[in-house]
Each structure stands twice: as structure tokens, then as C-alpha cells.
Design a protein around this ligand. Structure first.
Ligand SMILES: [Zn+2]
Ligand SMILES: [Zn+2]
Length: 250
């Protein structure tokens, strides 16, 4: 495994993922990963657990032997004004918050490119989310240039999702190439992720890495490249993050 940092991993508290937290940790240790983020879905998805499951992540140790474990959540966009589906209690527990579009009733499923772009730009500006996930999904078209530029200005990272190229979100590849090219052009932060739903997938970026390499993306802006880069990013995010999510829905 070339990269030892994976910031998008699900456990079976969302039943469409199949490995327990302990199984994921054991698999990551076996692969000699350095940092993993556990990022289960926010409560707006129909098979998500109660928000207590996210808030109680405070009991998970920061390290298990050499492996660093970040507490995270993959929030759902639930409104055009940047609303997300976690409350203050969950927000305060998290080391990293990733988020994007899923088909949730509150937002709906829309091919309206202007509405989707507006929702993402507003979300970026709230500074509540550290990483925007699977933006290549053709089910939620967006103006890539506007979103990438805004993310760069606000120090929000953009994810390239390996799962989108192998398991789900068909048609993402060409969009991921566009995104990678634009993030490079504007000098934004990029992260590669497995979006693992089964422990064996942790740290596997095979397909997405090819896209990253095609555009010769610099290591100093790639969150997976070292803990030093990741820590620098997280420190910047901590300063920018808003302290208040009270306007956000559960
Ligand atoms: Zn997702
Ligand atoms: Zn995910």
C-alpha cells in the first residue's frame, strides 16, 4: 500500500457496510496504515443509526497500538443553504467532517446543476465540513470550476473516491478527471479515499490514484501523502471551523 492514510471508512453501524469497527481497525493495522478516519453516514440516510451512535464516538481511543483513529462522520447535505444533518453534540466530537450529496428525502434527488452548486458553495462557506466527497457523481451535477475555486479559497479539501470508480456512482470517472485537473490548477487540497464498506477495501486507491498521477498532483497538498501534511490541514481547519451548528437540522 503506497498511502497509509485513509479518511473515508464505514463500519456496520450503517447496515450497508459489513465490517465492525474492530475488524476495520485490525485490517488497517495489518496493512500498516498510519491514520484512518471512521466516517459513518449522518442520520438523514434511511439506514443510519441514531445520532447517539456518532456522539458516543468520544469513547474510541485516539490510537490503537500504532494506528491513529480519527473520529469522523459523512454528513448529508439537507438544504440549499448549507444545512447538514448533525447537531452540535455530534459536531463537537468529530476530528474530521466529510460530506456531500446522497439521496435523502430532505434534499431530494436533483439534476438541477445550479441548485446543487449553490448548496455546495453555501456549505463550504459555513466552514462546517472539512472534505467534500464524491463530487464526480453524475446523479448530482455541479459546476466544477465554481466549487473547486470556492473550496480552495476556504481551505476545504476535495476527495477523489475510489469506490466511485469500482462499485458505485457509475459515470464518475470523467468527472473525477475534471475535478483533479481543476484542484491542481487552483492549488487546493486533495484527498484520495477508499470509501470502504468492507474492511478489505481500506487503503485501496488503485483506480483513483491513476487519475491523481495523470495530473501530477503535488504531495504537499495531498492529505494522504504524510501525517505532516494531514496535521497541517487539520490545524488550518480547526481554526476556520465554526463553533456553532445550531442552525443545522438533525
Ligand atoms: Zn457517500
Ligand atoms: Zn461513504
Amino acid at each position: 500500500m503506497k498511502y497509509k492514510i485513509d479518511l473515508h471508512i464505514h463500519t456496520n453501524v450503517n447496515p450497508h457496510a459489513y465490517s465492525t469497527l474492530e475488524e476495520n481497525i485490525a485490517a488497517a493495522q495489518k496493512k500498516e496504515m498510519k491514520v484512518i478516519a471512521i466516517t459513518n453516514h449522518g442520520p438523514a440516510l434511511p439506514d443510519s443509526p441514531h445520532w447517539w451512535s456518532l456522539a458516543n464516538m468520544c469513547i474510541i481511543p485516539k490510537y490503537m497500538e500504532e494506528l491513529r483513529i480519527l473520529k469522523g462522520v459523512e454528513v448529508n447535505i439537507v438544504g440549499e443553504n448549507g444545512e447538514i444533518d448533525i447537531n452540535q453534540r455530534v459536531y463537537e466530537v468529530m476530528d474530521i467532517i466529510i460530506g456531500g450529496f446522497h439521496t435523502v428525502p430532505e434534499y431530494g434527488y436533483t439534476l438541477d446543476i445550479k441548485r446543487n452548486t449553490r448548496a455546495l458553495i453555501n456549505l463550504i462557506k459555513t466552514q462546517k465540513v472539512d472534505v467534500l466527497v464524491h463530487l464526480g457523481n453524475p446523479m448530482f451535477p455541479i459546476e466544477y470550476e465554481d466549487v473547486v475555486k470556492c473550496a480552495k479559497e476556504h481551505n476545504v479539501a476535495i476527495e477523489l473516491n475510489n469506490g466511485s470508480l469500482i462499485n458505485s456512482r457509475k459515470g464518475s470517472k470523467i468527472n473525477c478527471e475534471k475535478i483533479a485537473e481543476l484542484v491542481k490548477k487552483y492549488g487546493g487540497w486533495l484527498t484520495l479515499s477508499s470509501d470502504s464498506h468492507f474492511s478489505r477495501e481500506i487503503g485501496i486507491f488503485t483506480e483513483i490514484e491513476k487519475i491523481k498521477d495523470k495530473f501530477n498532483f503535488p504531495d504537499e497538498l495531498l492529505l494522504n501523502s504524510s501525517e505532516e501534511v494531514l496535521n497541517k490541514f487539520l490545524a488550518i481547519r480547526k481554526k476556520l471551523s465554526t463553533k456553532d451548528v445550531t442552525r443545522t437540522t438533525i
